[in-house]
Design a protein around this ligand. Structure first.
Ligand SMILES: [Zn+2]
Length: 111
């Protein structure tokens, strides 16, 4: 795996401040040198912020539906985590970057 793939896998945890000090330094160092990964980080943050805003504008009844979906998706996210697959981090990233409506609930986990 090249450094960009490794960093890409760490970006969501980086945003959520879930990395160890070593991982955090590694991400920051890489981001300072690599425009591709820096752009990816910006996209994830923009997506999160966009969904964040949308979340605040969602009517109550849809929020209730989204909450039910959130419970279901929490389960499937847990399944990804428990799979311990070598592609796990990639699965989580894909999972987090699905189209807006599908991720509305998932992104709530990252806020
Ligand atoms: Zn990179």
């Amino acid at each position: 795996m090249d450094e960009c793939s490794i960093i890409s896998d760490l970006l969501i945890d980086y945003i959520n401040r879930n990395l160890t000090r070593e991982e955090n330094s590694r991400v920051i160092l890489h981001l300072s040198r690599c425009k591709g990964c820096f752009d990816e980080l910006k996209e994830i943050i923009e997506l999160r912020d966009m969904l964040n805003v949308q979340l605040k504008e969602v009517p109550e009844d849809i929020k209730a539906t989204a909450y039910n979906m959130l419970k279901q998706n929490t389960q499937s996210l847990t399944e990804i985590l428990e799979s311990k697959s070598p592609l796990m981090a990639f699965d989580i990233l894909s999972y987090a970057l699905k189209p807006v409506q599908e991720t509305l609930d998932v992104v709530a986990l990252f806020i």
